[in-house]
Design a protein around this ligand. Sequence first.
Ligand code: ADP
Ligand code: MG
Length: 682
Amino acid sequence: MRAKVLGEDLGVFTLRDMLYNFPYKYIDRSVIHRVADITDGMPYVLLKGQIVNKYIEGTGRRERLVAVFTDGSGYIELVWFNSIKTWNNRLQYNHTYVLLGKPNNFNGRYNIPHPELEDAQTAQQAPLTMQPHYHTSERMKRMGIASRQVADMVENSFKLLAGHKVDDVLPDYMLKRYNLMSLDEALHKVHHPVSSKELPEATRRLKFEELFFLQLDILRYTQNRKMNYAGFVFKHVGEHFMRFYNERLPFELTNAQKKVVREIRRDVATGRQMNRLLQGDVGSGKTMVALLSCLLAIDNGFQACIMAPTEILAEQHLQSVTEYLGDLPVKVELLTGMVKGKRRREVLTGVANGSVHILIGTHALIEPKVTFQNLGLVVIDEQHRFGVKQRAQLWNKNVRPPHILVMTATPIPRTLAMTVYGDLDVSIIDELPPGRKPIQTVHYRQADRGRLFQGIRYQLQLGRQVYVVYPLIKENEKLDLQDLQTGYNLLIDVFKEYRVGMVHGKMKSQEKEEAMAEFKSGKTQILVSTTVIEVGVNVPNASVMVIENAERFGLAQLHQLRGRVGRGAEQSYCILMTKDHISDTSMRRMRVMVDSTDGFVIAEEDMKLRGPGDLEGTAQSGMPFDLKIANIVKDQELLEIAREAASELLEQDPQNALPQNVMVWQHLKLLKKSMVNFSAIS
Ligand code: ADP
Ligand code: MG
């Protein structure tokens, strides 16, 4: 049972797994604090004292156990919201405890929620000054396996080795060359650092190892792909492309668009499978590049598909593409979860017999039922919503993998992109279509609402349309929807002579589509929504984007939202509404938005201001292995070094046969064994 839980909840199956189950933090136990010295913003503190009172308060879901704790210097409340009975029984008076917890300031009084409590005597036996803390699940805790017990298991694992060193998985020459300690030493130090000074070297070694194997896997795969996967050759620039270019192109391409189209044309003519990431800020005209690429595929006898992350976006693409194509003889169809019954069968038949040239849709496209007659190009829009697994499935849709064009508005540093997407080429559209007036951004507070409404009214009188967006945060969904509803009611009230629509994630897709369509056609002039419109929606007549509670959005998201306006020739505006008082960081974020409209600048500021959180989530979801200790954003420098090491090793040992590298290949095999084989990471 214990083994099963460890496997399921921690991924620990073997002795080695146990040793690779690293602490997520360390607590310095060399200092015992005094209750009287507790101040705001303290991290975990160690206190030593006694319980002098305890009682259960509240009822139902509000029920909690409160214990009053003192060390003679002052009193502090310990609070439990879960396992109340157990704790109530466990806590004893006249008994000295050492407790560890994070003090909370609650209306000027400190309390410690869910502290870790230990008998002072047992605690004294712990010799470590740096105490490692391990992740545990709720289930493990219920079984009595807390961090301390995991530490014991790690300890036992070392004992089982009975003095033998843990075999290294990196060759000696590499350790020397990159100045790394042995695996054995690193594992000991990361679990039992004698002081915080020992940690950096040990973690560097372990991170390097992880990143090295990650890069080795990617590079080896790339090598294979180049050798084994020939790509379809799109030799001709034929009638579809030329007719479109000469007769239907609604505007002159920007130089950046031309450059990218040239890059793509060159790629698909080589006979090597294209794997290209197209980065371009919101509004830079990626759709046109996608369409031109599709036409190239069609000219060479292939079909193309465009995959979008949401139904609304897929519809949007369908609209843009059919509008662009006009009466050209190119058959475009839509496939989403909403396309059902007879219609669906017709589409599927057309795709299978080749009469459909371009299929646009959501992840419905990758279902096994969708078979193409001859798929040659896959365009993936806003890639970060698709996992590697989903992309890999597209590869099986033809005898050879189709060419892949991934389009994104989120700038990603190059090494990171290469790590997440394997070996890919990057194209950048670094220029917006001409005639766009930069969007004017202002930061308003509640007190400015009157001015906001005046501005909106003025734009509505000019015949323009307005978005009003509310954040939706999962934990508090109900409240958020209430906010949205209140905002909606207020707008209806203030703008009586106009029509207001609403879209949010809780609506049925059909209702959403309808609300969007009404806004697009101008039937409604104001659209109140949650972030469902975040990516890709195109309503050129909309000139105002109001973002409510803007302090609750990340910079990248604010930038995406702002990109929904400024798509026509008129001056557009983005209004960031916040509370009257916001934190310094929020203030700086608003400043960045007001000062810059450049997506790359904003992405960089975002990384600086709030760390790589967002990007990290994006990136990690595409990884071939789970990383336990390294972070591909924070450890980028080490990632580059590891990549270099991996590429040297592959060059020197292309057959994977040199005796000094045996352990490397064995370990890679072991790592891969537990993973699904995404042999074709697009
Ligand atoms: P994104 O890169 O965000 O997907 P879109 O492809 O939706 O951008 O293009 C944004 C808008 O710019 C669309 O209305 C599109 O028709 C227009 N557009 C694209 N390329 C050009 C161009 N070269 N000149 C003028 N307008 C363009
Ligand atoms: Mg787009």
